[in-house]
Design a protein around this ligand. Structure first.
Ligand SMILES: C[S@@+](CC[C@H](N)C(=O)[O-])C[C@H]1O[C@@H](n2cnc3c(N)ncnc32)[C@H](O)[C@@H]1O
Length: 161
């Protein structure tokens, strides 16, 4: 059985590329993390939320929709990336939360071995673009999605070399 994905969620997933561990912070329903695990583009997938109820809905969906041959999938109750191993090569997805909250989550991002970030705040996209530039993160891809009478801006960032 396949999960139904909105255009916005499908677009987020389409911007991910292979790496050791893909981490979805603020996973809520877990649709993005579960679909990525089923696609096998990373060895591991970690679905993070800082609230128990959304994480439970992710776990319920995982039980229904995770294929038996999916990547190693785990859920984690964590404030942002606090409980994540900083050394692991990761692709980090943070979408559907506000800009200020997102900044707290990526405040120490340079300490992590991330290969790319997929970021889509609900608010202040221009501020985020400027923040990333000031903090040595280059935007290598941007996709805009119009859905439910709203525009969503999805950025892919990599460490500047
Ligand atoms: C609106 S949902 C977005 C779900 C999904 N990422 C998306 O784009 O559709 C936001 C989720 O982020 C979680 N969240 C908010 N702040 C967080 C934080 N600092 N760390 C982890 N999860 C967080 C919330 O509990 C909620 O489940």
């Amino acid at each position: 059985m396949d999960l139904k994905l909105s255009k916005r969620l499908s677009t987020i997933i389409s911007m991910c590329e292979p790496c050791d561990t893909i981490i979805d912070v603020g996973t809520d329903h877990g649709k993005v993390a579960i679909t990525i695990a089923n696609m096998h583009i990373s060895n591991n997938v970690i679905a993070i939320d800082n609230k128990a109820l959304p994480l439970k809905s992710c776990e319920d969906n995982a039980e229904k929709y995770l294929n038996y041959r999916s990547a190693n999938f785990k859920t984690l109750l964590s404030e942002g990336l606090d409980k994540v191993d900083r050394k692991v090569e990761s692709g980090i997805i943070i979408t559907g939360i506000g800009y200020d909250n997102m900044l707290n989550i990526i405040a120490n991002i340079s300490d992590y071995n991330y290969k790319y970030l997929i970021l889509s705040p609900h608010t202040k996209i221009t501020n985020l673009i400027q923040y990333l530039d000031r903090h040595g993160i280059d935007i290598v891809e941007q996709k805009n999605v119009y859905e439910d009478e709203k525009y969503y801006y999805i950025l892919k960032g990599v460490r500047r070399i």
